[in-house]
Design a protein around this ligand. Structure first.
Ligand code: DQA
Length: 143
């Protein structure tokens, strides 16, 4: 049975209210529940956390080492700024898939760079909340 961690970074607790034209109308709770069902269907387990604090996200990443088979991570704006999160990902053996709901490449130039992508297994952008599910399937179906 695969254990998956879903980690969402800053402002993603505002999903459903936040810029719905870009991020849609579903709440983070909706997304977590739906993803949990998908993972269950594939005989896995899902644990979900959200934090607006860089240090707390780093702690979650450290604590995940040896505990999970894969991490689905939407780091929000820290994607574009955080060397500390990159170093945290590099410090663990668990593979990470970076997910962005919006197509960051169609948006402001400061969103075009990910400091984290080079240390992630893969990256899914611009497919809406479906990206979370696709990341989960990638972990659940590999072998
Ligand atoms: C985001 C894209 C980031 O640039 C932004 O700061 C977010 C959300 C996305 O899911 O599209 O907070 O990660």
């Amino acid at each position: 049975m695969k254990k998956i961690l879903l980690l969402n970074g800053p402002n993603l607790n505002r999903l459903g209210k936040r810029e719905p034209d870009i991020y849609g109308i579903k709440t983070l709770e909706d997304i977590e529940q739906e993803l949990s069902q998908v993972v269950k269907t594939h005989h896995g387990t899902l644990q979900a956390y959200q934090s607006n604090h860089e240090g707390e996200l780093i702690d979650f990443i450290h604590q995940s080492d040896g505990e999970y088979d894969g991490i689905i991570f939407n780091p929000g704006a820290y994607t574009h700024t955080s060397i500390a999160l990159r170093d945290a990902i590099s410090s663990i053996a668990v593979p990470v898939i970076e997910v962005h709901i919006s197509n960051v490449h169609q948006r402001e130039s400061f969103r075009h760079t990910s400091l984290l992508a080079p240390v992630c297994q893969g990256q899914i952008v611009g497919l809406g909340i479906k990206g979370y599910e696709l990341a989960a399937l990638a972990f659940l179906q590999e072998d």
